[in-house]
Design a protein around this ligand. Structure first.
Ligand code: FMN
Length: 308
């Protein structure tokens, strides 16, 4: 998660038996580690496997080159699982599969899953309409129906705040779950106490989609700052986001601005001024709790319900 995945959180999730996923921009730009050094820090905290998120953003050549270098370093440092999001995963898949590693790709609908399949991914992360971050538009059940026929493992992303949500997703036929919001409300996450409390106190009606951050809908808590700024991009920005030529640089501008705004909003206690990303999984989150307790309780609930 950009900007919430700090090394201590990633390590705690993996150490407990989940698969903590490193977000390279979060590790470097937000939390101030060199990429390789940050991976080694996680390694000192846990010997268990970790993953890496490769956000594909093809509108910037410089970013793409940087991403390729991060993937290369991650492979050198022993990362074996990758999850690509937002663009065509082909480039990453080629790199990681030739090193014997695995890439799953995020899909909000069949068209992205088809692209992933054509690119050689080994699994899908089905991002539904309850997810934090860039949410999808389909409910979890409908999305699973759409993606299962492709014959790949499908992981549920969105709406999983409690162990009951987790067990329900697995019963539906999902192979696993990707959680974001739940792990922000942990002591290991470096987010401000106000952001964590905001997640615990929010109901799913407090989650809104805003285009003001990245130009496409992002799920956030409806804080005073969101209410003040509104949730739709202004008319000029909309026009430029639609134009064939202007779309690319508008996205770059939005992207850079949102990186900065989210970094600033992570650490300071200011719902009046900041964006706090969260999904509708807030409905199942009632306390700030250690990552290890969450992972273990979720796993135990599933084991018990599968045995019953
Ligand atoms: C604060 C936050 C930041 C996120 N950043 C990323 C990201 O950088 N890359 C990505 O692929 N997904 C990102 N996501 C989406 C998550 O990977 C995941 O799909 C989503 O959180 C699942 O929904 P949930 O928040 O209800 O658990 C982010 C989600 C949140 C809440």
């Amino acid at each position: 998660m950009y900007p919430c995945s700090n090394p201590e959180l990633v390590a705690a999730v993996s150490e407990a038996g989940g698969l903590g996923v490193v977000q390279p921009l979060s590790l470097t730009y937000v939390h101030g580690h060199g990429f390789r050094e940050g991976l080694r820090l996680i390694r000192r905290l846990t010997a268990k496997p970790i993953g890496m998120n490769a956000l594909i953003e093809s509108s910037s050549r410089a970013y793409r080159d940087r991403m390729e270098r991060w993937v290369a370093v991650a492979l050198e440092e022993g990362v074996r699982f990758f999850v690509t999001s937002l663009g065509d995963p082909r480039l990453v898949v080629e790199r990681v599969s030739s090193a014997g590693c695995v890439d799953y790709t995020a899909a909000t609908e069949r068209k992205w899953a088809d692209k992933g399949l054509a690119g050689g991914v080994r699994g899908l992360v089905a991002v539904n309409d309850r997810a934090g971050g860039h949410a999808g538009s389909r409910p979890a059940e409908a999305l699973l129906e759409e993606l299962l026929p492709l014959g790949l493992p499908v992981v549920c992303a969105g709406g999983i705040g409690s162990e009951a949500d987790f067990a329900r997703a697995l019963r539906m036929g999902y192979a696993g779950a990707q959680l974001g919001t739940r792990f922000i409300a942990t002591p290991e996450c470096r987010a401000s106490e106000a952001y964590k409390r905001g997640i615990v106190q929010a109901t799913e009606r407090d989650i809104v989609l805003t285009e003001r951050l990245t130009g496409v809908p992002v799920a956030v808590i409806d804080t005073p700052s969101v209410r003040r700024l509104g949730t739709t991009a202004g008319p000029i920005a909309r026009f430029l986001l639609r134009g064939r030529r202007t779309k690319r640089w508008m996205r770059t501008i939005y992207g850079l601005r949102s990186l900065w705004a989210l970094k600033r909003g992570l650490l300071r206690d200011s719902p009046e001024r900041d964006y706090w990303q969260a999904g509708k999984s807030v409905a199942g989150i009632d306390r700030i709790e250690q990552a290890a307790l969450i992972v273990r309780r979720f796993a135990a609930t599933w084991r018990d319900s599968a045995a019953a």
